[in-house]
Ligand binder design. Structure first.
Ligand SMILES: Nc1ncnc2c1ncn2[C@@H]1O[C@H](COP(=O)(O)OP(=O)(O)O)[C@@H](O)[C@H]1O
Ligand SMILES: [Mg+2]
Length: 229
């Protein structure tokens, strides 16, 4: 479904992604782990066309999206939940779902609100007034309402209280049960491993390890070397 083939990405003269390859099959939850600053968000931005790769290739289904516009990539069906949530502070929850709704897929605003009962109960609240956890739910809801074939979530647990992390986990579990394909970028190892089918670890702009969650749990050396745990 998503095939990233040896991509190289720069910010100006800074050489960030130094040959990254990653595969995600339909219905898979793939976790991308790695310390702060190793290039995870840059990879998300390269997939979304925000910071395009200057070498290598990204295929989404049979489409080459390496140098497609961000707008086209979103239209093709990749839903993006950016790091730091980036909700529209002056729109309420209902308005978020209205302005981003697209297609006639399974995710209608009503279905999405069934998935996020906390959002339904605050439907008229401005996003800027919501807690961090609620904003994260809203960012995920906003991505889902576009009916994406693939959901790309960049550190959704960042800054959330344990209770909200559990709520978010339930949502991811139910998306996964429904057959969703998700690329989950995380720093919280235990959270990611609960939902992932396969794990990629990044370090200094490269994928340095690929394994199953069970293999990673049984591998203290890799955890210590690349994840600092
Ligand atoms: N807009 C930018 N311009 C220049 N360098 C950047 C920019 N954004 C990130 N970087 C650098 O790119 C590297 C990778 O950052 P990032 O992809 O955000 O890592 P991660 O998401 O894994 O924490 C870091 O060294 C960071 O300082
Ligand atoms: Mg990041």
């Amino acid at each position: 479904m998503l095939s990233i083939q040896d991509i190289h990405t720069y910010y100006g003269d800074s050489y960030i992604l130094q040959g990254v390859s990653l595969e995600l099959q339909p219905g898979q939850v793939v976790a991308l782990l790695g310390r702060n600053g190793v290039g995870k968000t840059t990879l998300a931005r390269s997939i979304m066309g925000l910071t395009p790769a200057s070498r290598g290739r990204i295929l989404f289904g049979d489409q080459d999206i390496t140098r497609a516009s961000a707008h086209r990539i979103a239209r093709l069906g990749i839903g993006y939940v950016p790091q730091g949530r980036q909700v529209f502070r002056s729109l309420n929850i209902r308005e978020h779902l209205q302005v981003t709704a697209r297609g006639n897929g399974q995710w209608t605003p009503d279905k999405i609100l069934d998935l996020f009962p906390n959002l339904r109960s605050r439907i008229k609240s401005l996003a800027g007034k919501l807690s961090g956890g609620e904003q994260q739910m809203l960012a995920a809801a906003r991505a889902l309402v576009g009916n994406p074939a693939l959901l790309l979530m960049d550190e959704p647990t960042e800054g959330l209280a344990p209770m909200m992390i559990r709520e978010l986990g339930k949502t991811i579990a139910s998306l996964k049960e429904g057959g969703a394909s998700i690329l989950l970028i995380e720093q919280q190892l235990n959270f990611a491993l609960r939902y992932a089918d396969i794990v990629f670890i990044m370090n200094k702009g490269r994928i340095v390890h690929r394994c199953t969650p069970a293999e990673l749990l049984a591998d203290p050396d890799t955890k210590a070397r690349y994840l600092g745990v």
